[in-house]
Design a binder for this molecule. Structure first.
Ligand code: GLC
Length: 425
């Protein structure tokens, strides 16, 4: 049974493989996405280790001079996606967007290295890649935490990877829509519009892009100039975890300066994360930095914080919170609490369950010794696949497939989940 699923998952990944990078899915997302690639590398690592490294190498080859790693690399022209390179105008030799995405690459490198049978070959690749990932992490704290709080802000909802989460609603209210160039969305021609963000949200997304473009994508200016500045616990936790992983790898490579810098960033971030603990909800929540408000939005961003090896009592509380959510839906972990008015079971990040998120929450819970809930989340993820195939995301109540089909990172997670039950991570 599990081998049949792994074979199907490999086929999905191979179908989306463009040689040196994968597209998330044919049609809807025809380029390379940042955190998709890092997570997809984990899937490749179980059947083609060389291809796994290549995925991360291609991503890091498009790092900006200032250290940022862009959220999309537009390797080939494709009219099927909006906003394309002509809207972003970032001036890179291979066009990219001008914003970033969750820093999963550090975590991916550590797993690839740990799994590599030929350690000498892995080391050679790591020597090239690790400094780049470290520079990206430093870029984050320098540019997205100018007041040195230990927490970085995102300046566009798309940076979070949870594009239209309820977490961004209030922050987006501060973003105007006047004056943007008229545009035609392309996503709603590939996927059901009821599963996608609304037109009003899209206008605000594009306003921000045009605003940053007007500042020539100068990252020393963008944070303070953005009316949208949100501190996402999940986003920060992934960064903290990747700093931990870089520190470990730097020690293995014998680069103590990098190890201690990375460890310092992680320690500071982990301490600061505590300021996002929301005692009312029993989970972490987003802080709207532009407005100075800790939000009460019960989203999965606060549960994803589990990946940063949070204090044991926090991990326990997160497990309790997830157990409560499991009484409200059959398929963990919903991206929004089904009991909240804003919950929408099929609309993208406003309710649906995503396998990549499940995997990262489980990864963190296992690290924190919360094995039972982690296994429950992983087993539920496989039930979704068996029921509904390799979809982009799933209705947490009915288990129906939503968004795009034959999705790379969903397939990668299935391989990862089935393999890590046997192979040590
Ligand atoms: C959507 C998701 C984002 C992902 C991208 C490609 O924009 O919200 O997280 O990286 O699709 O799969």
């Amino acid at each position: 049974m599990s081998q049949a699923l792994i074979d199907q998952a490999c086929k999905v990944m191979e179908g989306n493989d463009r040689g040196s990078y994968t597209v998330p899915t044919h049609g809807l997302y025809p380029f390379q996405w940042n955190w998709d690639s890092a997570l997809s590398a984990l899937g490749f690592s179980h059947f083609d280790m060389d291809r796994a490294w290549v995925e991360v190498e291609t991503l890091m080859a498009h790092q900006w001079e200032d250290g940022m790693v862009p959220h999309i690399v537009f390797h080939e022209p494709d009219d099927g996606y909006f906003p394309g390179p002509d809207v972003w105008q970032t001036g890179q030799s291979v066009p990219t967007t001008g914003i970033t995405q969750p820093a999963v690459a550090g975590l991916a490198l550590r797993k690839l290295y740990n799994r590599a049978e030929d350690k000498a070959a892995a080391r050679t690749r790591l020597v090239e890649l690790l400094p780049k990932v470290h520079v990206w992490h430093q870029w984050f704290y320098r540019n997205r935490d100018p007041e040195n709080t230990g927490l970085v802000a995102i300046i566009h909802p798309w940076e979070s990877g949870r594009d239209n989460s309820v977490d961004w609603d209030e922050g987006l209210d501060a973003v105007p829509t006047e004056g943007i160039a008229p545009f035609t969305r392309r996503d709603t021609t590939h996927a059901n519009p009821d599963h996608r963000p609304t037109d009003d949200q899209y206008q605000r997304y594009i306003w921000l892009v045009e605003h940053f473009r007007g500042l020539r994508w100068d990252n020393t200016k963008l944070h303070d100039a953005s009316p949208f500045r949100l501190v996402d616990p999940g986003f920060n936790a992934i960064l903290i975890r990747s700093c931990d992983d870089v520190a470990e790898l730097a020690e293995i490579l014998g680069v103590p300066a990098m190890a201690s810098e990375a460890r310092e960033m992680a320690t500071k971030g982990r301490e600061a994360l505590e300021s996002l603990w929301n005692a009312n909800l029993g989970q972490y929540t987003c802080y709207n930095r532009a407005a100075g408000i800790l939000q009460d939005t019960p989203t999965v961003g606060g549960l994803l914080a589990a990946i940063a090896q949070v204090p044991p009592e926090r991990a326990e509380a997160l497990v309790r919170r997830i157990a409560l959510l499991s009484e409200r839906c059959d398929y963990l972990v919903p991206s929004h609490d089904p009991a909240d008015d804003a919950f929408d079971s099929k609309r993208y990040w406003r309710g649906p369950t995503w396998l990549v998120v499940n995997y990262m929450i489980a990864e963190g819970l296992i690290q924190s010794g919360q094995e039972a809930m982690a296994q429950r989340i992983l087993a539920g993820s496989l039930r979704l696949i068996e029921k509904s195939g390799f979809a982009e995301y799933y209705d947490p109540i009915s288990g129906e497939p939503c968004g795009g089909g034959d999705f790379t990172w969903t397939a990668a997670m299935v391989i990862e989940i089935l393999k890590i039950q046997k192979v040590p991570a």
